[in-house]
Design a protein around this ligand. Structure first.
Ligand SMILES: *Cc1c(COP(=O)(O)O)cnc(C)c1O
Ligand SMILES: [Zn+2]
Length: 561
C-alpha cells in the first residue's frame, strides 16, 4: 500500500480514509467512490527498482493495492502467462496477438484476483461472515479463499448456473442459496439478506467494493510488463507497454474498469505512455452495455430477462459501471462495446481449443468471438498489438458445447468363456475400422509456405474430418493429383518455377484430373488478364492473409459433400 492512500467520492470529491465497512460517501451518501494513491512523481522509478527482487505474481505492485502486505492465504494467484497466439493470429491476419491466460489461476478464472484481495481484507479486519451473489465464478473463487481464511460465506447463485459449478461452491463449505430468478434478482436478495442479519453482514459489491475493483488492476500491470519483455520496451522514459486493444468479455464490467484504472495509474507513474482501447464483448442475449454504446447513451437500460446460455455473463443491469467505463473510454483512446451470439461463442471455443490448445468456458470465448467479428468487419489493423483475456477454464465441458456425435462408440462382440484369446482379432479390426473409416474427403493443399499449409489444414481440421495431402510446389501438386485423385485441391498461385496457373493448365489438360475442383487462395491482387485465365476453371477465389475460416470452410464443405 502506498503511503498516501485514500478514497475519493466520484460525485462530490470528498476524501476519506479506507474503511472496509463503509460503502457510501459520508458527505453526500453517494455510492460511487474509488481509491487514489500518492502522487509521488518518483513512484514509478522506485517501483521498477523494488520489483527486481519480487516474484512475478499478484503482489508485485503492492504499492498500488489497498493492502499492507502479501496475504498468508495466497495460493499463487496472478502472474499468469501472456501467450502469443500464432495460429489464431495467422488465421485472422493479425501479427501481434496475445492471450492473457487467466485460466492458470488457483480456481481457474480471473476472479481469483478479486477473491484473494477482498477475502484477505476481510480477514485483516476480523470479519468472519460475508455475503455475495454470483453467476458462478465469483462464488467458486471466494469460497476457496474464504475456506482458507476461516470465513463463512453465503452465496446467492442464479439457477441458470450449471450444476457442476454450484457443486464446486458447495464443496468448499459455502452456503449455497440457489435462486430461481435472474442474476440481478439474486443480487437484490443477497443485499437484503446481508442487511437483515444482526449487525449487517459484509456484502460483496463488485465495482463498488474498493478491494474488488483494485484487484483487477493487476491484470493491466502484468500485461504492461510482459508486453515490454515480448516486444520491446515502450521507450527509455516509459519502460512498459500498452496494447492497442484489450479484449475482455463483460458481465458486470469490473474487470474492464479495473484494467482501465490500472493503465491510467501506470501512465501517471510514467511507466507507460497510454491506455489501451478497450473492446468489451457481451453475449447478445444480455448486452445492455453494447446496446447503450451503439445508441450513444451514457446510461444502460437494464436487460430484465437475459436470453443467453452463458450464465457467467448474465448481468442485466450494469448500473453505473457502464457509465464510468464509457466516460473513461471517451476521455482516452476510445474503444468499443460489441455483442456476439451464443453460437459464435461456442464456435470460438472450438477454434481456440483446436488452434491454440486452449479449452475455455463459453464466457471467456465471448471475447475471442468479439475479436473474430471485429477483425472480419475491418475494425482491427493487422499491425496492432492485441491482448485478449482468456478469463476462465471450463471443467467439465458443459453438455451444450458438443453435438451428440462427439464420441465414437466401439463395441466388441461378447467373448465365449472358453475362448483363449482376449479378443478375437477380426472382431478388433472390424470394430476399429469404425474409428478411422476411409470415407473422409481427400484434400490436396498446394502452397510453397509450410506456415500457410499448416494454417489451412488446422482451419479445416477444426471443423471436420479430412485426409490431407500437401505439396510445396507445382510439380508435386500435379503428381499428387494424378496418383491420389483428391476430391479437392486448394491452390496457391504464387509459387517459384511452376506457379498455380501452370498447375491449373496441366490439371485441366489431363482427362483424369480435369474435373478435380480447385479453390484458389492468393495473397496477390489479380490483374484482369490473370482473372481471365482463372475464369470458369476454378470454384472459388479467396484472399490470403486475412481470408477467413468461414469462407474457406463453406467452400470446402460445399465441394466435398
Ligand atoms: C466474471 C467473468 C467475466 C466477466 O467479468 P466482469 O468483470 O464481471 O465483467 C468473464 N469471464 C469469466 C470467465 C468470468 O468469470
Ligand atoms: Zn460524496
Amino acid at each position: 500500500m502506498a503511503e498516501i492512500f485514500y478514497i475519493e467520492c466520484l460525485d462530490c470529491g470528498h476524501k476519506t480514509e479506507y474503511r472496509l465497512h463503509e460503502s457510501r460517501c459520508p458527505a453526500c451518501n453517494g455510492k460511487w467512490r474509488v481509491a487514489r494513491y500518492e502522487e509521488d512523481p518518483a513512484l514509478g522509478k522506485k517501483l521498477l527498482e523494488r520489483i527486481k527482487s519480487r516474484p512475478f505474481d499478484f503482489w508485485r505492485c503492492i504499492e498500488l493495492l489497498p493492502i499492507k502486505e502479501r496475504s498468508e492465504i495466497s495460493m499463487g494467484e496472478g502472474g499468469t502467462p501472456l501467450l502469443r497466439a500464432e495460429n489464431l493470429g495467422l488465421m485472422l491476419g493479425l501479427k501481434n496477438l496475445y492471450i492473457k491466460d487467466e485460466r492458470q489461476n488457483p480456481t481457474n478464472s480471473f476472479k481469483d484476483r478479486q477473491a484473494i484481495l477482498t477475502i484477505s481484507a476481510l480477514k485483516e479486519a476480523g470479519v468472519n461472515e460475508a455475503v455475495l451473489a454470483s453467476t458462478g465464478n465469483v462464488a467458486i473463487s471466494y469460497s476457496a479463499y474464504a475456506s482458507r481464511a476461516g470465513i463463512k460465506l453465503w452465496t446467492f447463485i442464479t439457477s441458470l448456473v450449471p450444476a457442476e459449478k454450484m457443486r464446486e461452491v458447495a464443496i468448499y463449505g459455502s452456503q449455497v442459496i440457489k435462486v430461481t430468478a435472474s442474476y440481478d434478482q439474486a443480487k437484490a436478495l443477497a443485499a437484503q439478506f446481508a442487511k437483515q442479519q444482526a449487525g449487517g453482514l459484509y456484502l460483496e459489491r463488485g465495482t463498488r467494493s474498493i478491494s474488488t475493483l483494485e484487484s483487477m488492476k493487476t491484470v493491466a500491470f502484468e500485461i504492461a510488463e510482459q508486453l515490454a519483455e515480448k516486444l520491446s520496451p515502450g521507450s527509455a522514459t516509459t519502460p512498459w507497454r500498452t496494447p492497442d486493444w484489450y479484449f475482455q468479455s463483460l458481465s458486470g464490467g469490473v474487470g474492464a474498469v479495473g484494467v482501465m484504472k490500472g493503465y491510467r495509474e501506470l501512465r501517471q507513474m510514467g511507466l507507460v505512455d497510454d491506455v489501451p482501447q478497450i473492446a468489451g464483448i457481451q453475449s447478445a442475449g444480455c448486452a445492455p452495455m453494447a446496446k447503450a454504446w451503439k445508441a450513444n447513451q451514457d446510461v444502460a437500460d437494464p436487460v430484465l430477462t437475459p436470453h443467453t446460455k452463458i450464465a457467467t455473463l448474465a448481468t442485466g443491469d450494469p448500473g453505473r459501471t457502464y457509465t464510468l467505463l464509457r466516460k473513461w473510454m471517451l476521455e482516452e483512446r476510445g474503444g468499443t462495446f460489441e455483442s456476439i451470439t451464443d453460437e459464435e461463442a461456442f464456435r470460438a471455443m472450438h477454434v481456440l481449443a483446436e488452434m491454440e490448445g486452449m479449452s475455455m468456458e463459453p464466457a471467456a470465448a465471448v471475447a475471442f468471438a468479439g475479436l473474430i467479428k471485429m477483425t472480419r468487419a475491418g475494425q482491427i489493423d493487422p499491425d496492432e498489438v492485441i491482448v485478449v483475456n482468456c478469463t476462465g477454464h471450463t471443467l467439465p465441458t458443459e453438455k451444450m458445447i458438443l453435438d451428440d456425435d462427439w464420441s465414437r462408440d466401439v463395441s466388441l462382440p461378447p467373448r465365449a468363456e472358453e475362448e483363449a484369446e482376449i479378443f478375437p482379432e477380426d472382431g478388433i479390426l472390424s470394430a476399429l475400422s469404425r474409428v478411422t473409416p476411409d470415407k473422409y474427403s481427400h484434400i490436396a493443399i498446394v502452397d510453397d509456405h509450410p506456415h500457410a499449409r499448416r494454417l489451412i489444414r488446422r482451419i479445416l481440421q477444426s471443423q471436420g474430418e479430412y485426409t490431407f495431402y500437401e505439396a510445396q510446389n507445382g510439380s508435386e501438386a500435379i503428381r499428387i493429383a494424378q496418383e491420389k485423385l483428391p476430391d479437392l485441391m486448394i491452390l496457391d498461385l504464387m509459387m517459384p518455377k511452376q506457379d498455380g496457373f501452370t498447375v491449373l493448365d496441366q490439371l485441366r489438360s489431363q482427362p483424369e484430373t480435369a474435373s478435380i475442383p480447385v479453390i484458389v487462395v492468393t495473397a496477390k491482387t489479380l490483374t484482369p488478364q490473370e482473372k481471365q485465365r482463372l475464369q470458369g476453371r476454378i470454384h472459388a477465389l479467396l484472399q490470403k492473409g486475412n481470408f477467413m475460416d468461414n469462407e474457406l470452410l463453406e467452400e470446402v464443405k460445399s465441394l466435398t459433400k
